[in-house]
Design a protein around this ligand. Structure first.
Ligand code: APR
Ligand code: ZN
Ligand code: ZN
Length: 384
């Protein structure tokens, strides 16, 4: 199927990978992308990486009405169209898309304590923030968005508050990783936990998110970084990111939190849940020490959303902290994180285990489910 880009001011016809139902393989379809409305921009997606949350939500049976749907949210692209009132962007700007925006005006955007924008927060209904409508049509019917981004389409419309201008010299096929998972991990370590030098860290789950926590902890000077994962292959990669010790819970004769307590003389200073399993939240809490232990949760639950733990683990002085996008305010903070990659201060290349053309997008889903993949970068416009 060949895509025909009709005009830059009106409706664009292009290719998108459409999910017609939960867990159904994506189908490359010709879709119509509306022009940007007020305060929106239209973006030509250059690269999108598959995030675990795309897979989780695509598999989920929780919102069967939100199909056909276009997933994807970790992406880099080039501004193609500008809606009324947008002064911040010009056509040709390089941008990252973000799943929580920064309006700059609400109480949270004005507070240094939060990145939970009240106007452009996590969109769960498959629609655009501003008018609760969709900008896509496929086979004559509306297609739902994902996180108000939907980067598995060659062209997308996003709110201008959900895009971040980046240095145009930075590789688009690497910067896209900072649009979600890697930034979430680094921010959890630096902003949310605020890891101190010489501290002991435990990370549950050594996927892209957990490894990003590890590299951030190493940069902060953590003395021990203990990685917990049921897949032993993850330890080799973990060493590159600063993981100093590895525990496979399947090989432990006692609960993994007991093993960690013994190993760390009473518990770690910080623990991180980077799996997306709410049962592990209690395990992570029990793995950090009385008095000052802090557990940060980052995972997006695959099934059970409730968290349960014994009250005593909190009474004894531990803190449980939630975080979304690592506490970063996207517009204020992401450009400097991108610069840190350019300057060699943070690693991204080592997280890209696979690269494929758009036509093979279903392979990315298979690779992530098989467990061999950290990030698979999908090149939207390029033959590989
Ligand atoms: N105990 C330990 N490790 C586990 C367990 C378990 N019970 N279950 C899974 N894992 C490991 C996997 O082997 C994998 O290495 O957790 C890791 C999770 O990594 P990915 O699936 O690659 O996910 P990632 O992209 O790192 O995201 C982690 O953060 O953004 C959210 O939705 C995302 O919930 C997900 C989490
Ligand atoms: Zn706001
Ligand atoms: Zn994500």
């Amino acid at each position: 199927m060949s895509a025909s880009i009709q005009s830059s001011g009106g409706v664009i016809t292009c290719r998108a990978a459409v999910a017609w139902g939960p867990g159904q393989p994506l189908v490359l379809e010709e879709v119509e992308v509306a022009p940007p409305k007020s305060m929106e921009i239209r973006v030509k997606v250059v690269c999108t990486s598959l995030c675990r949350s795309d897979v989780t939500q695509w598999q989920s049976q929780a919102q069967p009405d939100l199909f056909p749907r276009i997933f994807g949210h970790e992406a880099s692209g080039i501004v193609e169209g500008i809606g009324d009132g947008v002064t911040e962007f010009e056509i040709g700007d390089h941008v990252l898309t973000v799943f929580i925006g920064e309006c700059g005006r609400c109480t949270h955007c004005r507070s240094s304590k939060s990145n939970m924008c009240q106007n452009l927060g996590l969109e769960r209904r498959g629609l655009m923030h501003s008018d609760q409508m969709t900008r896509f049509r496929v086979k004559g019917r509306p297609a739902y968005h994902y996180c108000a981004v939907s980067s598995f389409s060659e062209y997308i419309v996003v709110h201008s508050g959900c895009a971040v201008k980046i240095n145009p010299t930075v590789r688009m096929d690497r910067a896209c990783l900072l649009s979600c998972g890697v930034a979430a991990g680094i921010g959890a370590a630096w902003n949310v936990a605020d890891i101190s030098k010489e501290s002991t860290i435990v990370i549950f789950g050594l996927g892209t998110v957990g490894l990003s926590v590890a590299q951030a902890a190493k940069i902060r000077g953590a003395s021990r970084i203990i990685g917990v994962d049921i897949n032993p292959e993850k330890f080799e990669k973990g060493k590159t990111f600063g993981v100093t010790e590895y525990i496979n819970p399947d090989e432990c004769r006692e609960p993994v939190q007991q093993v960690i307590k013994k190993l760390t003389d009473g518990g770690a200073d910080f623990s991180f849940e980077c799996i997306g399993d709410t049962d592990i939240v209690s395990t992570a809490l029990q793995s950090c020490c009385d008095g000052w232990g802090v557990t940060v949760t980052l995972g997006v639950p695959k099934t059970k959303p409730e968290v349960s733990t014994h009250y005593a683990f909190l009474l004894t002085g531990r803190t449980l902290k939630g975080s979304l996008f690592g506490g970063w305010k996207p517009k204020s903070d992401l450009p400097s994180l991108v610069d840190k990659y350019s300057n060699g201060e943070i690693k991204l290349d080592e997280l890209v285990t696979h690269e494929i053309p758009f036509e093979r997008i279903n392979d990315a889903f298979d690779l992530m489910r098989e467990g061999s993949c950290l990030r698979c970068v999908i090149h939207m416009q390029k033959e590989l």
